[in-house]
Write a protein that binds this ligand. Structure first.
Ligand code: SAH
Ligand code: SF4
Length: 392
């Protein structure tokens, strides 16, 4: 077996410097924070709640970023807002569209760092896969993002901003006066892009509260799935404070194998993780937990693995999402053969669990699970060691 990776790598954490004396961005503030900010800027206390309601609707329901267009506010109040605040979202650097319609956005955040966001259209829904960190401090050995050294937590505004940016690109903001269109292009959100969301808990929570808010983006908690590699102490909090659906990157059925794939297992092993998961549906009043299982040839894909898996999760309302391994340059694994994946799926299915095989989407643009890694990072590497990147 390959040598086990350390649980967290030696990261370069970039401090987030806010421009001094600059305008405060309203995007990413919870209703309460927005209220306090508006009051601090001179909004009378007794109007504060109403003002939050109005501004909130402009930003999150109508997608308006310019105070001058917030026409139900008096002119001098609009001027007051413009003097103190801005409504900004991360900048779209580039967009790639896959042959299968998947869109990958490269997005630049404050400080010049970049994250990737993926939109996956399907027949009955559209899923937006968003990032919670630049890079990831964890080093799962099969994941491209985990090889990126540069790490910083995204702010709540940068997380909500990814949803707003996708709506901009898809033209999904409502048009005033037009009949209400119930079809949603971004109907579901998954926190499955770059980063470990539970290592950035508060920002992810605040961002999801905003995304769920019924007078704004209105994506219900049952249409949001947070994927974690298994940060056990934050799982109950996720249920209580966010209440969204949970997915867990499980990927192995013995601690020995999981230690090598998902190094956080050395801190919280399979047994500890399963104990935390048993309480989740009850605490969050949610449905099933999704167990993500990446299919790695000869590593975790045997019939014995499938049988161990169903035994381990006994009693947990669950669905097993089998993810054919997506390759990336220099990856130390291969995708399991199709017949193997089907045989594995069959065993899980016969034990009473849904076991869909996730069709890789957007592979031609490196948008599939685990392939995300920012272009800045790639470019940096190419500059530093062109021969290594070229595989020489
Ligand atoms: N950090 C979180 C969320 C992001 S990863 C987590 O690990 O859960 C989203 C999913 O893609 C995870 O299940 C992850 O294990 C999986 N994944 C990572 N690299 C992959 C690859 N190369 N091929 C297929 N799936 C991968
Ligand atoms: Fe981080 Fe998730 Fe990739 Fe592991 S699989 S390195 S936790 S992004």
């Amino acid at each position: 077996m390959r040598p086990a990776a350390p649980i967290t790598q030696d990261v370069l954490t970039i401090p987030r410097k806010l421009p001094e004396g600059g305008l405060t961005n309203l995007v990413g503030l919870t209703r309460e924070q927005m209220r306090d900010a508006l009051v601090a800027a001179g909004t009378p206390e007794r109007q504060a709640k109403m003002r939050v309601g109005q501004v909130w609707q402009w930003i999150y329901h109508w997608g308006v970023r310019d105070f001058a267009k917030m026409t139900n506010l008096a002119k001098d109040y609009r001027a007051l807002l413009a003097a103190h605040f801005e409504v900004t979202i991360p900048e779209l650097v580039s967009k790639q569209v896959s042959a299968d319609g998947t869109r990958k956005y490269l997005v630049r955040i404050t400080g010049g760092h970049e994250v990737e966001v993926v939109y996956i259209p399907e027949e009955s829904r559209g899923t937006l896969c968003i990032s919670s960190q630049v890079g990831c401090t964890l080093t799962c050995s099969f994941c491209h993002t985990g090889t990126q050294k540069l790490v910083r937590n995204l702010t709540a505004g940068e997380i909500v901003g990814q949803v707003m940016l996708a709506r901009d690109d898809l033209g999904e903001w409502p048009i005033p006066g037009a009949p209400k269109d119930e079809t949603r292009l971004v109907s579901n959100v998954v926190l499955m892009g770059m980063g470990e969301p539970l290592y950035n808990f508060e920002n992810v929570r605040d961002a999801m509260k905003i995304v769920m808010d019924g007078e704004g983006l209105t994506i219900s908690r049952r249409r949001i799935t947070l994927s974690t590699s298994g940060v056990v102490p934050e799982i109950a909090r996720t249920a209580e404070e966010i209440g969204c659906l949970l997915a867990v990157s499980f990927h192995a059925t013995t601690d020995a194998v999981r230690d090598g794939l998902v190094p956080i297992n050395k801190k919280w092993n399979i047994e500890t993780l399963l104990a935390a998961l048993r309480d989740y549906p009850r605490l969050s009043n949610s449905e099933r937990i999704t167990f993500e299982y990446v299919m790695l040839k000869g590593v975790n894909d045997s019939d014995a693995d499938a049988r161990r898996l169903v035994k381990l999760i006994q009693g947990i309302p669950a669905k097993i999402n089998l993810i054919p391994f997506n390759e990336w340059p220099g990856a130390p694994y291969q995708r399991s053969d199709w017949e193997r994946i089907e045989a594995f799926s069959d065993i899980v299915y016969k034990a009473g669990y849904a076991s869909p095989i996730r069709t890789p989407r957007g592979e031609d643009i490196m948008a599939a699970c685990g392939q995300l890694k920012s272009a800045t990072e790639r470019a940096r590497k190419v500059r530093a060691a062109p021969q290594a990147e070229a595989g020489v």
